[in-house]
Design a protein. Structure first.
Length: 126
């Protein structure tokens, strides 16, 4: 299925959007519902270090970040995080060979997946 570009060609007006905040009760309902029917190969959660996320957001022109779902060579599902500029464009490295040490175009993956590396018990994972 090809993604459909809606809402005025996906021109972002993130300053005017809600702050994406939900209540704890909503989060519990969402995560519980997912754990009850996660799909065959979906992790329950992925944990990224705060330093990595801060570096992603500190890039020139970064206004937000986007999460893509990906699939590794071993077929495991993963999250791929990229910074996004004020126009909704991904901020990407200049070439496919750029590494995570580059100043711009940082792409994050390789999170700690649960399972096997699961967080301590909380209302979101019990």
């Amino acid at each position: 299925m090809k993604a459909v570009n809606t809402a005025g060609s996906l021109v972002y007006k993130l300053n005017n959007m809600i702050q994406h905040q939900i209540s704890l009760q909503q989060a519990i309902e969402y995560t519980t519902r997912f754990r009850e029917n996660p799909g065959v190969d979906m992790p329950y959660s992925e944990t990224f270090s705060a330093d990595s996320v801060r570096a992603l957001l500190a890039q020139n022109g970064s206004h937000s970040f986007r999460i893509y779902l990906g699939r590794k060579a071993d077929n495991r599902i993963c999250s791929v995080l990229v910074a996004v500029d004020k126009n909704g464009q991904d901020i990407l490295p200049p070439s496919n060979n750029a590494r995570e040490t580059d100043d711009d175009g940082i792409i994050l993956e390789d999170a700690f997946q649960c399972p096997p590396v699961c967080p301590p018990p909380s209302p979101l994972n019990e």
